[in-house]
Design a protein around this ligand. Structure first.
Ligand SMILES: NC(=O)C1=CN([C@@H]2O[C@H](COP(=O)(O)OP(=O)(O)OC[C@H]3O[C@@H](n4cnc5c(N)ncnc54)[C@H](O)[C@@H]3O)[C@@H](O)[C@H]2O)C=CC1
Ligand SMILES: O=CCc1c[nH]c2ccccc12
Length: 296
């Protein structure tokens, strides 16, 4: 069983900070559609378990309404703060980013987050507003409240707005990324500008896209490396320097995910997954915001 002793590599960001190359998400499986003040003990327990197993990189967001649970799990896990990498994101309270971060920090019971992200670009279609919001993000980083700052769900046109005149280039863009959503042009853009990529929904080809054209190659490689197709999907991200964010409430599944740290795909295998995956398009998140004809 892979466990806390399974070393997790780091990726160096453009600001000199380092991020562990797999994250545990407190969104999809855990977000509350209702009352935020109703504490979800199952979320605390699963998140604490993930930290205990070595998932020191934790991904939250104000919109998930689970920052209190994440903060409690962190506290109860008793791992030194400097060993953790904690992300949260702003979107509901984008009108006042400094206040939003302070509220998040209170819920998280932290003095700073390792990464603060603007959760999506869809709050405005005006370049000037994006630039003004990014300036506030830079100020929060300057105050030490966020060690790294970045964005999520941005496309090249949104990043262009920010990069025009920014002082700090976003460290990360967190996007939906899996064999059926490969974002080839966006990844090229990230590489040119020194922006790291985080992948949410990395298991989508195995979960939502099961039965698709990548099944055969994912199954074949799973057999070769004696893991599950999920771990091939995670490794496919890592071997492209992309940081996957996954989740589960099950110890066995989390342990299985960590096996992605125990082997490497070769370039030919990555290419085979890319080729098979490019035969299908699947977007699972923010579908109401992205143009349905946009296959990027
Ligand atoms: N920035 C953004 O807009 C977004 C960020 N996120 C972040 O990413 C995190 C992970 O996102 P997910 O889509 O949940 O990631 P994921 O694609 O890794 O899926 C994880 C889910 O797959 C299930 N699973 C694993 N193996 C399976 C199998 N063999 N068969 C069936 N189901 C299986 C797990 O139980 C879990 O519920 C979220 O919790 C959140 O923190 C997620 C969506 C949007
Ligand atoms: O971050 C993931 C997708 C997302 C966007 N808004 C919400 C609200 C609640 C849960 C997930 C999400």
């Amino acid at each position: 069983m892979a466990n806390i002793h399974t070393p997790i590599p780091n990726l160096k960001l453009n600001d000199g900070n380092s991020i562990p190359m797999i994250g545990y998400g407190t969104g999809t499986a855990w977000y509350k559609s209702g009352d935020e003040s109703k504490v979800d003990q199952a979320c605390i327990d699963a998140t604490k378990m993930s930290i205990g197993m070595g998932f020191y990189h934790q991904d939250g967001a104000e919109v998930y309404k689970t920052e209190t649970e994440l903060g409690t799990a962190i506290k109860q896990a008793s791992v030194p703060r400097e060993k953790l990498f904690v992300t949260t994101k702003v979107i509901s309270n984008i009108s006042d980013i400094p206040a939003a971060l302070k509220t998040s920090l209170k819920k998280l019971q932290l003095d700073y987050v390792d990464l603060y992200l603007i959760h999506s670009p869809f709050f405005s279609d005006k370049k000037e507003e994006h630039q003004a919001k990014w300036k506030q993000m830079e100020e929060l980083q300057g105050q030490g409240l966020a060690k790294s700052i970045g964005v999520s769900n941005y496309l090249p046109e949104h990043l262009d707005w920010i990069l025009d005149g920014c002082t700090v280039t976003p460290a990360i863009n967190q996007i939906e990324f899996h064999p059926y959503l490969q974002h080839v042009d966006l990844l090229k853009y990230h590489k040119e500008k020194g922006i790291a990529t985080q992948a949410y929904g990395p298991l989508s080809a195995v979960t939502k896209g099961a039965g698709g054209p990548a099944d055969d190659i994912l199954n074949k490689l799973a057999k070769k490396y004696a893991v599950n197709p999920a771990e091939i999907s995670l490794r496919w991200c890592i071997d492209q320097d992309i940081v996957p964010i996954t989740t589960s409430s099950k110890e066995q599944r989390l342990s299985d995910y960590l096996r992605a740290m125990t082997f490497k795909l070769n370039p030919a295998e990555i290419k085979q997954i890319n080729e098979a995956g490019s035969k299908k398009h699947l977007r699972g998140f923010w579908t109401h915001k992205f143009d349905e004809n946009d296959k990027r």
